[in-house]
Ligand binder design. Structure first.
Ligand code: S3P
Length: 433
């Protein structure tokens, strides 16, 4: 920890919100006005899939400027003439399957090698029970699949996981098939879909039932969805990488303005606080139905903590970078209850632990998490990213520290969620002593 930083840096728009903003704009009738969108590869996949269904979507502005989408509504979507390629994006394929379930045509969906290795029955199974016909065109539970939509039945779904992608797929099927749906999940996952639906006037309620977990119920609107106006805030998951660089610096401070602080996404900030990190949440406000703030991070001496259970869903995407912080904290950090990490863009438990060990950090795999022992010894080695953007950036945080020499394979993969990440981190460098 021998560097100084002093900067104000914006992060790109929120990935989860950008996917949803594009999908809702394409499903609505009228002109939607969106700004602050992420132009990363995952969101470009969503835009490309919607274009293949006949929706006219201009290129996503790289500078967060306004994008207008004029749509005649989801009823006008037409059968695609080619397979829908969702690239690296789980949110694209799973949410789009929900929207396609109520459309009276067939569509085949696929993705890159990473996405083709991820489980899909968690979504195709409830959608099949609603009446969609799904054929697996390759391996069981994997893409490619063909989904033929049509008339749907109402569904009360018990999701085995706290997963916003599962929950959203069922809610969106309720919208496209115009049937009531209910989803129970074992813990509250990110609730962006519910917030947008509510802002569009759709009747949707959430409650914590006596049995535990979270239940959301949707009554479909009778008419078309109205167009959406949304200024997408900065992505808290992207901010977590820059905040981590600041926490590990020797002195200075970093301001990241306009970041989403939806409570279903802020587990990382809470965990960092328990580690002794200093991140101030300033100018809290609302934008587009989402809480937003400016985050001010300062260097701190961090100590290891234990993480598990209910707090995992609110920091699921931040656990790789938390492991990087743990490598420079005092003592041991133990993460449990995070087996879902194995079903992300890579098996993030193995990817984190193998890479930490490869560069000289003591770390152990658990079936549902990991243990990292912190130190300040010099670190050196080659990082295998498994083509996973968050693995590349988590190790990019460590690589930005003096005394750490890392060679990161396929660094360009960061374009999935944070175009310009490497330039931004280099720009934080400031004075080094
Ligand atoms: C997302 C939900 C989460 C998260 C992913 C984005 C979303 O996945 O990991 O990066 O936008 O709904 P799960 O729903 O599989 O937990």
């Amino acid at each position: 920890m021998t560097s100084t930083i002093s900067a104000e840096v914006r992060v790109p728009g929120d990935k989860s919100l950008t996917h949803r903003a594009l999908m809702f704009a394409a499903a609505a009738r009228g002109e939607s006005r969106l700004s602050g969108l992420l132009a990363g590869a995952d969101c470009r996949s969503t835009a490309a899939v919607l274009r293949a269904l006949g929706v006219s979507i201009p290129p996503l502005p790289a500078d967060g400027g306004e994008l207008r989408i004029n749509s005649v509504g989801i009823e006008a979507w037409r059968a695609p003439t080619e397979i829908l390629d969702c690239g690296n994006s789980g949110t694209t394929v799973r949410l789009m399957m929900g929207l396609l379930a109520g459309r009276p045509f067939c569509a085949a969906l696929t993705g890159d090698a990473s996405l083709r290795s991820r489980p899909m029955r968690r979504v195709t199974e409830p959608l099949s029970r609603m009446g969609a016909r799904v054929s697996e065109l390759g391996d069981p539970d994997r893409l490619p699949v063909e989904l033929c939509g049509g008339v749907l039945q109402p569904l009360a779904h018990r999701s085995p996981k706290a997963s916003a992608q599962i929950k959203s797929a069922v809610l969106l099927a309720g919208i496209s098939g115009r049937v009531p749906v209910e989803v129970w999940e074992p813990g509250l996952s990110r609730d962006h879909t519910e917030r947008i639906l509510r802002s569009l006037g759709v009747s949707i309620t959430g409650e914590a039932p006596a049995e535990g977990g979270w239940r959301v119920s949707l009554e479909p609107p009778t008419g078309p969805l109205p167009p959406l106006e949304m200024d997408v805030p900065g992505d808290p998951s992207s901010a977590a990488f820059l905040i981590s660089v600041a926490l590990l610096a020797r002195d200075g401070e970093l301001l990241v303005p306009n970041v989403g602080i939806n409570p279903t996404r802020t587990g990382f900030l809470t965990a960092v606080g328990r580690m002794g990190g200093r991140v101030e949440v300033l100018n809290q406000r609302e934008s587009g139905g989402e809480p937003v703030a400016d985050l001010l991070a300062r260097p701190a001496r961090l100590r290891g903590i234990e993480i598990g259970g209910d707090e995992v869903p609110s920091m699921i995407d931040e656990l790789p970078v938390l492991a990087a912080l743990a490598a420079r904290s005092e003592g041991e950090t133990i993460v449990r209850g995070a087996e879902e990490l194995r079903a992300k863009e890579s098996d993030r438990i193995t990817a984190v632990v193998d890479n930490l060990r490869a560069i000289g950090v003591e770390a152990e795999e658990l079936p549902d998490g990991f243990i990292v022992r912190g130190s300040d010894r010099p670190l050196k080695g080659r990082v295998r990213t498994y083509h996973d953007h968050r693995i590349a950036m988590a190790f990019g945080v460590l690589g930005a520290l003096p005394g750490v020499e890392l060679e990161i394979e396929s660094p360009e993969i960061v374009d999935v969620s944070f175009p310009g990440f490497w330039e931004t981190v280099r720009g934080l460098g400031g004075r080094r002593s």
